[in-house]
Design a protein around this ligand. Sequence first.
Ligand code: PLP
Length: 457
Amino acid sequence: MRSFPPYRAQVVAEIPVTTRAERERALAAAGYNAFNLPARMVTIDLLTDSGTGAVSTAQEAAAAAADRSYAGSDSFFRFREALSELTHYPHILPVHQGRAAERVLFTSVLRAGQISVSNTHFDTTRANVELLGAEARDLPCAEFGDLDSLEPFKGNINLDRLEQLLTGPEADRVGMVLVTITNNGGGGQPVSMANLAAASRLARAHGVPIFLDAARFAENAWLVVQREEGYAGKTPRAVAEEAFGLVDGAVASLKKDGISPMGAFIGLTDPELAQRCETNLIATEGFRTYGGLGAHDLDRVAKGLHEVLDPHYLEARADEAARLAQAANDAGVDIVQPPGIHALYLNAGRLLPHLPASRFPGHSLACELYLEGGIRCVELGSLYLGTLDENNELVTPAPFELVRIALPRRVYSQGHYEYVAEVLGDIAKNPDRVPGYRIVDAPKILRHFNLRMAPVS
Ligand SMILES: Cc1ncc(COP(=O)(O)O)c(C=O)c1O
């Protein structure tokens, strides 16, 4: 790999250095839930790649010159132009973040009792479907079931099952198809253009609208260029434009591939649907030319959308993830293969075989990364996806016990990631000493954000 990041640091932020005793106290006070930790107690923050990217000097210059007019600001027109050039959708609405864009769109598309079908709904996406009394049904492709396989597009939707659903007894209940690129809830794996095109043909043949959850549209495009036959040599922008062109619209959090601290959009082809969304947006988010966003973020997004599609940037970012994946493997920790870009998914179930699913090995590994090295990340296993009884005992485990280490854009350098790999290596030398956890208290919905845990010796 001979890539290098096409930027250099110009302003830096100090990161906290803590002792193990301090981390033990902080984690206990946080109820063993990393979401409750104060950031000043975290050394390497790999909890999310959302809103955590480093902004460029060009973004900050544009933000400083932003136009804060309530209606028709120049900042909005720059935001809209960047998204129109990319998506070619005639209707673009700004929204403050992805989950709000989901709420506005889903409220205008779905009715109670309908089904939203996806390769995998992200957690807030699922919650926004369920809050409407609709059902969020995930149909990931069969290849995703083998964590070690090197299949290039394990984020695909299962086309056979999609067709069965659209032609079977529940066909009348299908309200929309939503394809998440890349598939964050499904190991950060990409979706191929062939799969997206086929899903789109199926949805359209059955009169069902199909949308993208395009939070990582640029990273998906880069992986298509690298992995899909017929796409080598294309620009990531051309691939992204093609993906948006295959569907009826998109929602996207722009806190990821918009490289902005805040922002999202809804893009639509259907004027009538756009009108309904706009009414909802004005009532709940803000006027149609700011949608709950500050003008500075409209301008940061307008610049970020260009920067994120720079092939040198995407190559360096993908290589950074691949190097960390290799280092984790060398240290004795398996990851979901092949590595994606925005995050690596550690196979905690395999590393900690002494812990049954009911003791949440993914959560145990995430806690250990914090205790050992001040590294914050999140479980994606039975704690997040399993079903619990009324006493918070695990009834149905998740298919896999994973930990997601997300890689913020342009933030950490090779040295930080080498440190992460060393901490992983130290844990992997003595995995037996990692304790399991039990749930002390858990809310019914979006529980991983608010639950409290305790170690079980
Ligand atoms: C695939 C996907 N969809 C939607 C969202 C929600 O976006 P936001 O955090 O901006 O509300 C996220 C956030 O991580 C995501 O990864």
